[in-house]
Design a protein around this ligand. Structure first.
Ligand code: CA
Length: 478
């Protein structure tokens, strides 16, 4: 679809939007005080250091930096697993990906997707009167039964999986044409990705405007900066760093548009906005990948560069401005935290996240609620466990660059290497460089005991264990 064609299409459903806005006004207000709005901005493969106030070099992110000055930076915030689908399911279910059996990155026509018995964040919020919308990347299954419109989202506009799963992939020709969906309808095939960030932003702003008079949950899941990188002419050539920097600057513009819209509509004092990313940088893409700064490795590993993300939360008057949270917390915590803020009930089944409102609101002395956090990769390999300042890696394989990375959209090669049983003190060694297992045998024993709990509950293919607390994914035949 051409740019003009897509804009024509965008205009053509303006009438539908106007009708929907009118329909929304007739809905009953929440019984009590109106619960807060939530906006989660979730980027794809953005590294820990790819935001100005997290140490970006060669490009600026003035809107994210302002968001941090007016809100709170989280410097010890991780995702559920360092790869797309698994990370997204952890965010939306509050569970480890292993518990809900959504692992890795699902391909087009995946026979597996989100189980209808799982309860996603928008499904929790809807009984409290929320309008719910996802704009951008879904990646929990592209069969109609798995689409967001069947799992609690009133509206969907975006791509159902990764933006490189299309016929123009640089390394494989297995992918079918890439669909852009509105609700469950394909509105473009192999869309011009130069405009994805712009289209998503305009849709998101429109959703906010249409739902200004009721509580809403907006999940803005940008496809960028996942390769292949695309940027509109608004930001092409704007950064000193190159195309990757241009792409982040456009995402930053998008964040500014969202926050400006909330201010203009005087919703800023009733809206919690959270910005973070789904996993660390895809390092084999070289100058088309981001940076994890001081952290080791990137996407697709259990090192901190894969799991730890830049995170900013913003809610003027409720989240203390210009502050930093160094306590450990995770995307899994957002579902229980937002549910509590909305007065919504939690799912009846087990979830893994915790209410972290004391950390978000900056309550004095608030501590991380996590006794232990488990780092899995390659499906069910329990590769590391974290407790407080300590992180213990179990012997496992991981990928690392084999020489020079790729350039300009082509990936370079990885090689597979091994690590032994290694203990790191993340307070003094965030880069996981100095193995101190020999100096702290009691810590190693304590973390090994914690890992046993995870093996019983979630399984561990490294030790041949099946977890008792694992629930099945959804399955379909195409
Ligand atoms: Ca990703």
């Amino acid at each position: 679809m051409t740019r003009t064609g897509t804009f024509t299409w965008l205009l053509s459903f303006g009438l539908v939007l106007a009708w929907m806005a009118g329909a929304g006004e007739g809905l009953p207000a929440a019984e009590n005080k109106r619960p807060p709005n939530f906006v989660i901005i979730f980027t794809d493969d953005q590294g820990y250091a790819d935001v100005g106030c997290f140490g970006a070099q060669g490009f600026e992110t003035p809107n994210l930096d302002r968001m941090a000055r007016e809100g709170r930076r989280f410097t010890n915030f991780v995702v559920g697993q360092a790869v797309c689908s698994a990370s997204r399911v952890a965010l939306l279910t509050g569970c480890y990906p292993q518990r809900v059996s959504i692992l890795g990155a699902l391909g087009p026509r995946s026979p597996v997707g989100i189980n209808q018995r799982e309860v996603l964040l928008p499904e929790l919020l809807k009984p409290r009167g929320y309008a719910t919308c996802i704009v951008g990347k879904w990646h929990l299954g592209d069969h109609p039964r798995f689409l967001p419109t069947r799992h609690g989202f009133d509206e969907y506009f975006g791509i159902p999986y990764s933006n490189d799963m299309w016929p123009f992939h640089p390394g494989t020709n297995v992918f079918p044409p890439l669909p852009l969906l509105h609700q469950e309808r394909v509105v473009a095939v192999n869309p011009d990705q130069h405009y994805l960030t712009t289209w998503y932003t305009e849709y998101a702003v429109d959703f906010i405007r249409r739902n200004r008079n009721r509580p809403f949950f907006l999940y803005l899941a940008h496809n960028m900066p996942h390769v292949p990188l695309f940027v509109s002419e608004k930001f092409r050539g704007k950064s000193k760093q190159g195309l990757y920097g241009d792409v982040i600057m456009e995402i930053d513009w998008s964040v500014g548009r969202i926050l400006d819209t909330l201010r203009e509509l005087q919703l800023d004092r009733n809206t919690l906005v959270i910005f973070t990313s789904d996993n660390g940088p895809w390092l084999s893409y070289g100058n088309h990948a981001g940076s994890a700064g001081p952290l080791r490795e990137g996407k697709g590993t259990t090192w901190e560069g894969g799991h730890r993300e830049p995170c900013i939360m913003w809610w003027p008057g409720r989240v203390p401005a210009g502050t930093e949270c160094r306590e450990f917390c995770a995307t899994l915590d957002l579902l229980p935290t937002l549910a509590r803020l909305a007065g919504a009930s939690l799912p009846e089944h087990k979830i893994d996240g915790h209410d972290i409102w004391p950390l978000i609101s900056g309550q004095p002395g608030a501590k991380s609620p996590w006794k232990a956090f488990y780092y899995y990769y390659y499906g069910y390999e329990l590769q590391a466990v974290r407790s407080g300042r300590w992180k213990l890696h179990f012997p496992h394989r991981y990928r690392t660059l084999a020489g020079e990375p790729g350039r300009d959209g082509l990936p370079g090669p990885y090689k597979i290497v091994r690590t032994g049983l290694e203990l790191y003190d993340l307070e003094t060694d965030v880069g996981e460089r100095h193995n101190v297992a020999d100096k702290h045998p009691e810590v190693v024993r304590r973390l090994q005991a914690l890992a046993e709990e995870a093996r019983r509950d979630l399984g561990d293919s490294l030790t041949g264990r099946k977890g008792r607390g694992v629930r099945p994914p959804g399955r379909v035949e195409w």
